[in-house]
Design a protein around this ligand. Structure first.
Ligand SMILES: [Zn+2]
Ligand SMILES: [Zn+2]
Length: 425
């Protein structure tokens, strides 16, 4: 990125206060003077390394030019490492055609592109992550974080899990149920993170893709706590339908289960592109639909992933926040206004009353202010916020997609009551 962006300019006092509130564990390290900043990134992207329709440098260049700070290439069951040759075809349906090769030569120089012919087939060598990092990374401006979409299944159910900041490939682990399949893949990420002493995370992708995962499946994930509340692919049913809940509703059902029956803690939501189609327009799966804003000490893979792990982020498809914070009694945010746009903030949570869950995922309060704030009453298991803009998404995944931000849930006081009444449950 070459232009500074004004979203980084947040009053220092606000930053300091909210950072302490948001991340008590990190705030305990007093000798670190770094001021946290907001960084924008996408953790779900495909290229020629699997089924994306463009070269990795074409894809990365788009994100750099659109002011992203970090990007994860998450191809299916492969890391962008070593040597891979991709066929150049002359048919219209081929992802890589001669004009695409010429385009890359024109943009990145004639020495950049390497081709060969093997048994009458022309091929182009794909740039690997070390080469891509050397070309695009700029200190404090743009970084790549290594990733993989671990692409597994149980019977007809797709189990896709993005592993972020991986160092070694994780092949699909296979399980004997949907939940076992999710857990084995998550466990493989946790094992690698512990063995290599490096922060990593795994997020469950597009639960409604192929109607694959139930809210209970998403809720059951142990040792990890991330899923996609928004995925920009056109066929993932973010909004659900008459038979399945929306990804937003899955979040509330899963949170309620995790904080009562399952005793597993909070679940955090990502928005991602899952971009496959990097040429042309239309209702396919293009870049620029969903992302996260992360508040981190510095722009490095470990700092970004550590901040994500701490919950210091929000998901967005266009609504930008100046800041946000919480305590055990309040959840507040400040919206970055845009001309001619209005915002509706819904504070959503589940209450625990008379020893039982009342309605799951109730709208507890609604605000049209730029600094909405929710004061907890004491009976909430959790509270989260969703800010919906009056502006339609400029490149929607589906009709009626409005620009939105999803603020991560925070625990309410009622959670303590359950633990106290049902120890070890
Ligand atoms: Zn997927
Ligand atoms: Zn994907």
């Amino acid at each position: 990125m070459t232009t500074p962006t004004n979203h980084r300019i947040v009053p220092i006092a606000l930053l300091a206060v909210s950072f302490i509130l948001l991340s008590p564990a990190v705030a305990g390290v007093d000798d670190k003077p770094a001021q946290p900043q907001w960084f924008k990134g996408n953790t779900h992207t495909h290229t020629y390394w699997s089924d994306g329709n463009a070269a990795p440098e074409h894809v990365i260049d788009w994100y750099v030019k659109h002011d992203y700070d970090f990007l994860v290439l998450s191809d299916h069951n492969i890391l962008s490492q070593g040597e891979k040759w991709y066929p150049i075809g002359r048919d219209d349906w081929r992802p890589l055609r001669p004009e695409h090769v010429e385009d890359l030569e024109r943009r990145f120089g004639p020495d950049w592109v390497q081709t060969r012919t093997v048994q009458d087939t022309e091929q182009m060598r794909l740039k690997n992550l070390p080469e891509l990092r050397a070309k695009f990374e700029r200190a404090a401006e743009f970084i790549m974080i290594q990733g993989e979409e671990i692409t597994d299944a149980f019977e007809r159910h797709s189990v896709h899990i993005n592993a972020v900041n991986l160092q070694e490939l994780i092949p699909p682990q296979r399980g004997d149920s949907v939940r076992d399949t999710i857990q084995r893949n998550v466990d493989a990420v946790i094992e690698q993170s512990q063995r290599l002493g490096r922060p990593m995370l795994a997020h469950i992708n597009h639960p409604n893709f192929g109607r694959s995962l139930t809210p209970e499946d998403v809720a059951s994930i142990k040792g990890e706590r991330f899923f996609e509340v928004y995925n920009g692919h056109h066929s993932v049913l973010n909004n659900g339908d008459e038979n399945i809940p929306s990804a937003d509703a899955i979040w509330d059902i899963a949170l309620t289960l995790r904080l009562t029956e399952y005793d597993l803690g909070l679940l955090y939501g990502f928005a991602t592109d899952d971009s496959h189609h990097h040429h042309g327009q239309g209702r396919t799966s293009q870049p620029g639909r969903g992302w996260v804003w992360v508040k981190a000490d510095e722009l490095t893979p470990n700092a970004i992933v550590s901040a994500l792990r701490a919950g210091d982020f929000y998901a967005s498809t266009g609504v930008m926040l100046k800041d946000l914070g919480s305590s055990d009694r309040t959840l507040w945010l400040e919206i970055q206004p845009q001309d001619g746009v209005t915002y509706t903030t819904e504070f959503i949570g589940t209450r625990w009353r008379d020893g039982a869950v009342s309605a799951v995922g109730e709208v507890l309060a609604t605000s049209s202010e730029l600094r909405p704030r929710y004061e907890m009453t004491g009976d909430e298991l959790y509270v989260r916020a969703r800010v919906t803009s009056s502006r339609e998404h400029p490149n929607p995944f589906a009709e009626g997609d409005m620009e939105t931000a999803w603020v991560q849930p925070v625990l309410g006081q009622a959670r303590g009551n359950i633990t106290a009444h049902e120890p070890g449950h």
